[in-house]
Design a protein around this ligand. Structure first.
Ligand code: CAA
Ligand code: NAD
Length: 284
């Protein structure tokens, strides 16, 4: 399938990075976000990244200008009407995802593939809200998107082989490494990484050590690139909580019960880096 224009829904932590890498690979991108302030922030973050590349001599003026011309943005889902593939990256709640997939199904041309960047939810359930269950797939990027090489590609129960082939080819086309994973909660990486993050939150709430000490121990003692609590803040504590809740509900095992401290921080609106406070304080 010939993908020329990519739609991205949600310009938060993930959507902004996905838009950036798709444009850098030469695709036309339509970035749609309902919160005007978040959209402005995302465009400014992408622009700063390209400015930094220019200053470092990684790209020239002409490349920066052509990238800027490839990136369009909007507050309306109807802007996806000429996209060949749309990647959804909004809140990790199944009811909200189903609603937007239904709407996108009505707006997009028949050939358009609808992909979800969900961290742990069922692609089959998301696809069931559309009339194109064969053209819906999981396309799971990792944070920070411009740096992390992996994209997990997840077929739902009705996803066609040609859809998976198109998503795998696109993943390679944007310089990422695809791994096709079966539809199970959290796929591969989150299945293994999220319990580690939840366990770190449990250790923190039990007072085993401070956040700094837990993170230091896991970096120096387990060789992680960053501590699990700093990682939770970077991912977003709402996302970590949603993923853990999905595991607890779907697997039905007590070992997946979310740490209370996650729930408390999310209730207080302390979601990590994106709100300025989580396990750490990011206030400037
Ligand atoms: N956005 C864009 N680029 C970034 C970045 C960000 N947030 N953070 C770092 N970078 C870039 C830097 O600009 C730098 O690039 P240059 O070399 O071109 O200058 C490069 O990455 C290295 O940066 P630093 O030296 O500042 O930082 P580092 O070497 O400590 O690496 C890190 C930072 C890549 C975040 C590293 O700590 C890391 O790999 N952490 C773990 C990340 C991880 O586990 N991600 C998966 C989370 S789970 C998930 O995403 C799935 C889900 O569904 C929740
Ligand atoms: P985020 O909270 O940073 O951003 C989500 C954005 O979607 C917000 O800006 C919000 O305003 C916007 N939005 C919500 N409803 C919308 C709608 N109907 N139309 C348009 N925009 C809408 O979230 P995020 O961290 O970018 O996560 C997005 C998705 O990606 C989630 O499913 C998450 O599980 C998944 N994911 C997150 C990470 C991560 O590390 N944060 C990694 C991989 C996958």
């Amino acid at each position: 399938m010939d993908i020329k224009k990519i739609g991205i829904l949600g310009a938060g932590t993930m959507g902004a990075g996905i838009a950036q890498v798709c444009v850098e690979a030469g695709f036309k991108v339509m970035l749609v976000e309902i919160e005007e302030g978040i959209l402005k922030g995302a465009l400014s973050k992408i622009s700063k990244a390209w400015q930094k590349s220019l200053e470092k001599g990684k790209i020239d003026d002409a490349t920066k200008t052509s990238r800027e011309a490839l990136l369009e943005s909007s507050g309306e889902l109807s802007s996806f009407k000429d996209c060949d593939l749309v990647i959804e990256a909004i809140v990790e709640e199944i009811s909200v995802k189903k609603k937007v997939f239904k709407a996108m199904d009505e707006i997009c041309p028949d050939h358009t593939i609808l992909a979800s960047n969900t961290s742990a939810l069922s692609i089959t359930e998301i696809a069931a809200s559309t009339s194109r269950t064969d053209r819906v797939a999981g396309m799971h990027f990792f944070n920070p998107v411009p740096v992390m090489k992996l994209v997990e590609v997840i077929p739902g129960s009705d996803t066609s082989e040609s859809t998976i082939e198109a998503v795998v080819n696109l993943t390679k086309g944007i310089g990422k490494e695809p791994v096709v994973a079966k539809e199970t909660p959290g796929f591969i990486v989150n299945r293994i990484l999220n319990p580690l993050v939840n366990e770190a939150a449990l250790a923190y709430q039990e007072g085993v050590a401070s956040a700094e000490e837990i993170d230091k121990a896991m970096k120096l003692g387990a060789g992680l690139p960053m501590g699990p609590l700093a990682l939770a803040d970077m991912v977003g504590l709402d996302i970590v909580l949603h993923v853990t809740e999905t595991f607890f509900k779907e697997f039905g095992e007590p070992k997946y019960r979310p740490a209370l401290v996650l729930r408390q921080k999310v209730r207080a609106g302390h979601l990590g880096v994106k709100t300025g406070k989580g396990f750490y304080d990011y206030a400037k």
